[in-house]
Design a protein around this ligand. Structure first.
Ligand code: PMP
Length: 365
């Protein structure tokens, strides 16, 4: 029996594989594979979530009005230009559905987030990558890769998995170099982890200063709420209008909206997460860099790339297998073109101590 045939290109998509959450042979599992919240979910969000149980027969507010009002107030943004999504993944996908189609190109950096090509190929458009310099988005390379078919440019800032960022001045230079009919998406999923970089902001000023720049954000990282699927974006009025037309009527579940709104009030938790991440990331990098043959790259996110030697038995694949057998789960990033590295999310201090010891045991084995 033959099966129905999907549209051309769909079967070329490599499915997104999330970080593994179990390691077969180990009882204790330390999951450092998906850049989740090290300190668990926001306590205020958990409380709000419990309070939604008796109202689950109701549809959610399709417009996410309460949440958008809170976001508008907290960040000083226009309510009408905010759109919430089922994770920021949904918003990235909607942007692509709205602005690209067969024959069009969607451009991003060499080691860009995997959802960009997946969503691009899903609409029959062509993903195009530009080289990076020192594992950092290279504005000149992106501008050089623009063609008359380019419809969208994505820049994750800071970027996953490289952990690097570009300054506001560089982002503005990119925007100024693009035709006005190209949408520039500043994917700021990890913005809150940036501490003390005065040349960086998440992108709202650039959105305000033009008609073609969109900033996307998420509750999955700093608020520890990846499981509720909540993202938002800030877009110029015409793009916001397009996204509102395209989204599903009730794209953000009721518990998600209420937990998200509560999390926005959880400043103590957020501050502790930022402090914990900065301190633990810096400590972990120093410790890994002290191990002969390994390199922990600089990172501005809640994860770090650890580079292993090329030698068989000592390389990233072998390290991954060794760690998995001990119940420590890193992320292999061959799909991002970085097979010599593992991406390790920052967990609790105790988890990172165990992770570090496991890496030392691997190197000394
Ligand atoms: N952008 C980047 C750069 C990411 O790393 C991620 C999560 N892995 C996302 C967007 C999507 O996050 P979410 O859908 O959970 O909001």
């Amino acid at each position: 029996m033959s099966a129905p045939t999907p549209r051309p290109g769909i079967l070329d998509i490599a499915p997104y594989k999330g970080g593994k959450s179990s390691a077969d042979s180990a009882q204790r599992v330390i999951k450092l594979s998906s850049n989740e919240g090290a300190l668990g979910p926001s306590p205020k969000a958990m409380e709000a979530l419990r309070n939604t149980a008796t109202r689950l027969h109701r549809y959610p507010d399709g417009g996410c009005d309460v949440l958008r009002h809170k976001l508008a107030e907290k960040y000083g943004l226009e309510f009408d230009q905010l759109i919430c999504g089922n994770g920021s993944d949904e918003l990235l996908t909607l942007l692509i559905r709205a602005y690209a189609g067969p024959g069009d190109e969607v451009l991003y950096s060499q080691h860009g987030f995997l959802m960009y090509p997946i969503a691009t190929m899903g609409v029959g458009a062509t993903p195009v990558t530009a080289p990076e310099t020192n594992m950092t988005t290279d504005v000149d390379a992106l501008l050089a890769a623009v063609t008359d078919k380019t419809k969208i440019v994505f820049v994750a800032n800071p970027n996953n998995p490289t952990g690097t960022y570009i300054s506001d001045a560089e982002m503005k230079r990119l925007r100024d170099g693009l035709r006005e009919d190209i949408v520039l998406v500043v994917d700021a999923a990890y913005a809150e982890f940036m501490t003390g970089q005065e040349d960086y902001s998440a992108g709202e000023e650039l959105v305000k200063a033009g008609n073609n720049t969109v900033m996307t954000r998420t509750f999955s990282k700093i608020y520890g709420l990846g499981g509720i699927r909540l993202g938002w974006c800030y877009a110029p009025p015409a793009i916001a209008d397009v996204l509102q037309r395209l989204r599903n009527p009730f794209n953000v579940p009721l518990p998600t909206q209420e937990a998200g709104a509560a999390a926005l009030d959880d400043d103590d938790f957020v501050n502790e997460c930022v402090r914990h991440n900065a301190e633990t990331l810096s400590w972990f990098r120093d410790e890994v860099n002290a191990i002969s043959g390994l390199k922990a790259h600089p990172s501005y996110g809640n994860f770090v790339l650890v580079e292993f030697p090329a030698e068989e038995g000592k390389n990233a694949d072998a390290a991954n297998d060794f760690m998995m057998a001990r119940g420590v789960i890193p992320r292999k990033i061959g799909a991002y073109g970085l097979p010599q590295m593992l991406r390790i999310s920052i967990g609790t201090k105790e988890e990172m101590e165990i992770c570090l010891q496991t890496i030392k045991d691997f190197v000394n084995a």
